[in-house]
Each structure stands twice: as structure tokens, then as C-alpha cells.
Design a binder for this molecule. Structure first.
Ligand code: ACO
Length: 329
């Protein structure tokens, strides 16, 4: 009896898309000042590392951004869209309450019939979605997946709250993940702790034709900061141990792009040289579930990440959720 070949998944193409309206800290500060809200380029850069973010026009949705990122990933993978048999979109800002943004991306790509659904894990969403797609490929439920992170966080920002509205932006990133006899994805771990729902949330809901409660983002920044630093270190070590690798094997670290201080502290704890940290938070701001695939595509297209490199992705966000994935590109 011949042995069944092992089945893994690997990333065969990446893509991303940012809406064209790039807003600098100074431009945002000027817009806020018109409403009596005080902030400055100096404060934002010093506390977060953010210099720019992109805002989508009011008619542009997460599925619009996600479909464009997906087209670019499909082109990079030289993949016929009709070969895709699974679409997962990680988003907290879907176009509608239902159906999923993934179904809308499917329609925009002209693919019909394959499985399509959303994953909601806020800024950990892409790591969660990648893990679900990896598991579905390993078990034979899918062979070629589009995994997308897409957000229009500008829609849920309170522009009278300077502690949050300067942090976030819009965008999308995508990968094509395909079945392979060799990894690919080496290890993943996902976590959540619902005791911390209140430190980062959009508490409003739709009921009886009205929005009940506040539909805008609320965050206890210092509490999120503290939790993020501790869980990002432990989950990275745990994934390395599962994959039989060490910190020395990491060529590139792509943490969720929320705050340069959290990212640098994570890299330092893993004893990584600063140049191994992929940084796009300065140009994109925090794009929630889109931040990791946006940074991955940026690093691949700029020639930093090359075939064969080992990459650690780390997500952390509302829920509280967190997770990490290690893969050979
Ligand atoms: N401009 C000027 N001053 C400001 C601004 C601003 N935009 N925002 C806050 N301040 C002031 C505050 O009012 C405060 O003033 P005070 O001392 O007079 O009261 C002072 O700056 C310090 O405020 P802190 O909140 O203590 O500032 P901190 O250094 O903690 O930075 C920040 C805030 C950037 C939000 C930080 O806590 C952070 O990055 N937290 C983590 C966010 C994160 O990682 N999110 C990831 C998940 S996102 C998701 O899942 C959707």
C-alpha cells in the first residue's frame, strides 16, 4: 500500500490595495482643529509611529478593497480566479450586516459556487482566517484559497475622540493559499479572552430598524497596549516550539501594525535585529485585519521577503483576540 502524501498549504501569491486618499498627520490635525479637537504630528509620531493613513471614499466598501487586493494576489500567483475553491474575508467592517463581504468579493471576481464566508476577530482576523484556510486545505475541504483582510475603519471612527481617530486607516491585503506536499505554513496558534471585551469594542447594534448604543469605536489604549505586549511574546514562542524552530530561524517578523512601540518591543523580546521587523504602520496606520496582509505584500513587492524565507505573523486585537502563524514563503 503506497503512503498518502502529506498535505500542507503554502502562500503562492500576495496582493494589496489602499484607497488613493492618503492623509498625513498634519492634514488630519487640520481637519480635527476645525472641530476644536487638538492633536499634532509630533504626538502621533512619538506615541504610535504613524505618519499617514488612507481613507476610502464614502461609497467604497471593504469588499471593493478586498476584491482589488485579491485580483493582485491572483495575478502574482498566476492563478485563474475560477480555480479558487474557498474565499475567507477577515473584517470587522463588512459592507452589510449580511451577507458576508466574502460573498460580495466572490461576485466581484466573477467566481461562483465556491465556499465564501467572513471571519470576525478584529485585528487578529487575518491570522484567524489564514489558520482556518490552512486547516481546510490540510483536511482536503479546499485546495486553492483566497484569504483576505479588508477594512474601512474610517466608518466606525469617532472623529471627536482624538485618542482613537488618529490611529486607524482603510485598506486590504490578500494571499492565495494552495495545497502543497511541503510546508508552507509550519505552525499556528489562536487565542481569545472574552473578559476583555470592553477595552476595545464598537458597542452599538442594529435592532428594530435603529442603531442601539454607540456605533463608534471605543478603546482603552493603555490597557490594550499592556495586554498586547505580553500576549505577542508568549504566542510567538509557543508557535516556534510547535514548529520545532527557534527565534534564530525567523527571517521576518510581521506583527499587527498598530503601534511601533508594541512592534519594536515584540521584536526585542524575540532577540530579533531591528531590520527584521516589517513596518508599514508609518504609512498605513492601523488597518485592523488588513494590516498584516498589507505589510506582507509590501515586503514581498519591495524585495525584502524572498522565496524560502521564514516569516512570523502576529495578530492582536479586540475580543481580546491574539494569534501567530509561522511559515516558509
Ligand atoms: N493628540 C494629542 N494628545 C493626545 C492624543 C492625540 N491624538 N490622544 C491622547 N492624547 C493625550 C491624552 O489626553 C493624555 O493627556 P493627559 O496626560 O493630559 O491626560 C496623553 O496624551 C497620554 O494619553 P495616553 O492614552 O496615556 O497615551 P499612550 O502613550 O498610552 O498612547 C495609544 C495612546 C497610542 C492609544 C497607546 O495606548 C496604544 O497604542 N495602545 C494600543 C493600541 C493597539 O495596539 N490597538 C491594537 C488593537 S486595535 C483593534 O483591535 C481594532
Amino acid at each position: 500500500m503506497s503512503a498518502v502524501p502529506a498535505r500542507f498549504s503554502r502562500i503562492v501569491g500576495t496582493g494589496s490595495f489602499l484607497p488613493p486618499d492618503q492623509v498625513s498627520n498634519a492634514q488630519l490635525a487640520a481637519r480635527l482643529a476645525a472641530d476644536g479637537i487638538e492633536t499634532s504630528d509630533e504626538w502621533i509620531v512619538e506615541r504610535t509611529g504613524i505618519r499617514f493613513r488612507h481613507f476610502a471614499e464614502s461609497h467604497v466598501t471593504s469588499s471593493d478593497l478586498g476584491a482589488e487586493a485579491a485580483r493582485r494576489a491572483l495575478a502574482a500567483a498566476d492563478c485563474d480566479p475560477q480555480a479558487i475553491d474557498l474565499i475567507i474575508v477577515a473584517t470587522s467592517t463588512p459592507d452589510m450586516v449580511f451577507p458576508s463581504a466574502a460573498c460580495m468579493v466572490q461576485e466581484k471576481l466573477g467566481i461562483h459556487g465556491c465556499a465564501a464566508f467572513d471571519v470576525q476577530a478584529v485585528c487578529s482576523g487575518f491570522v484567524y482566517a489564514l489558520s482556518v484556510a490552512d486547516s481546510m486545505i490540510k483536511t482536503g475541504l479546499a485546495s486553492k484559497a483566497l484569504v483576505i483582510g479588508a477594512e474601512v475603519f474610517s466608518r466606525i471612527l469617532d472623529f471627536s475622540d482624538r485618542t482613537t481617530c488618529v490611529l486607524f486607516g482603510d485598506g486590504a491585503g490578500a494571499v492565495v493559499l494552495e495545497a502543497s506536499e511541503a510546508p508552507g505554513i509550519l505552525g499556528t496558534e489562536l487565542h481569545a479572552d472574552g473578559r476583555h471585551v470592553g477595552i476595545l469594542c464598537v458597542p452599538g447594534t442594529v435592532s428594530g430598524g435603529k442603531v442601539l448604543g454607540d456605533p463608534l469605536l471605543k478603546m482603552d489604549g493603555p490597557a490594550v497596549f499592556k495586554l498586547a505586549v505580553s500576549v505577542l511574546d508568549s504566542v510567538a514562542r509557543s508557535v516556534l516550539a510547535k514548529a520545532g524552530r527557534t527565534e534564530a530561524d525567523i527571517d521576518w517578523l510581521i506583527p499587527h501594525q498598530a503601534n511601533i512601540r508594541i512592534m519594536q518591543s515584540t521584536a526585542k523580546k524575540l532577540k530579533l535585529a531591528p531590520e527584521k521587523l516589517i513596518v508599514t504602520v508609518d504609512r498605513h496606520g492601523n488597518t485592523s485585519a488588513a494590516s498584516i496582509p498589507l505589510a506582507l505584500d509590501d515586503a514581498v513587492r519591495s524585495g525584502k521577503i524572498k522565496r524560502g524565507d521564514t516569516v512570523m505573523l502576529e495578530g492582536v486585537g479586540g475580543g481580546f483576540t491574539w494569534g501567530a502563524t509561522l511559515f516558509d514563503f
